[in-house]
Design a protein around this ligand. Sequence first.
Ligand code: SF4
Length: 364
Amino acid sequence: MNRKQTKAVRVRDVWIGGGAPVLVQGMTKTDTRDVKGTLEEIARYAEVGCEIVRVAVPDREAADAVKEIVRHSPLPVVADIHFDYRLALTVIEYGVDKLRLNPGNIGDRDRVEAVVKAAKVRQIPIRIGVNSGSLEKSLLQGMGRTAETLVASAARHIKILNDLDYDQIVVSLKASDVPTMVAAYRLMAESYDYPLHLGVTEAGTLLQGTVKSAVGIGTLLSEGIGDTIRISLTGPGEEEIRVAWEILKALKLRDRGANLVACPTCGRLQFDMWPVVEELERRLTKVVEPITVAVMGCAVNGPGEAREADVGLAGGKDMGLIYRHGKILRRVEQADMVEEIWKEILAAAEEVRLSGKGAQRSHA
Ligand code: SF4
């Protein structure tokens, strides 16, 4: 897939843009003032593959908490700030790795200049985060809530930063309406070469939010647009990270964890397959090595898929044949299926680990 070339921006030890792998971002849901809770949440995110984490900084107390959060976070930390430039100055001083801040919302030029100056000294980037729910009234009156309005809003913020000779910029143009979001990012990619942070905002609960995100973000990524992604779900943040990885894996942009191939089952099925797949899916969330596991219901497509996978099972009458790298290893009865496949999965994961082929990362 040809990816659009964008400027590279460094965030602690990772790069966004410039051809670096598309990074997975998350945002904590704990009150940032709760340092211990926020760090525990960040650790859980890191475990499932989050690469950059954002925390909300709504007030002075939250800004103060950022000091300890940055110090102990295993991931680069982005501070999300609206309106109050003093909070931005505080978290920059505390060593935050990136800001999400719209300079046009800060007020007078001196304040923006102070933030930009501090960001330059610490060499941290700023994400301009345009959101369809909070567009400037002046733009909305003339243009409505359209893709062009989102881009016009981003252009205003970019100009403010460019006028201060600052270009360590990442841009997002989030809308809850998927076609609007897709059109806005396409337009942005045609007009600028700043790295793009993709997201569908207020996407909803697990099912709807996943579908909207996969369609919106997936469409753009398949066109080579996008340098980092964040899934927004009303639910646990770990699910957001998992969905993000599934999108990247489906497009073969990144590799991490298992790819579970399973047939939908039909009237030819002759063993109890769903519980086997459910249990394997649950266990596979802990596997970080990129391996393919296939569980197939019968002899129609089963042997073909099972043979292609690192570990496969092709079902028969109350039994299945286990495959490893294309070869049949043994026959297993229904009661032993999960444990027998799991043994092979662990062995395949170990092989990958020893070969040194892990998840891609974009270290600076
Ligand atoms: S593999 Fe067999 S059981 Fe599964 S959907 Fe195909 S035909 Fe049906």
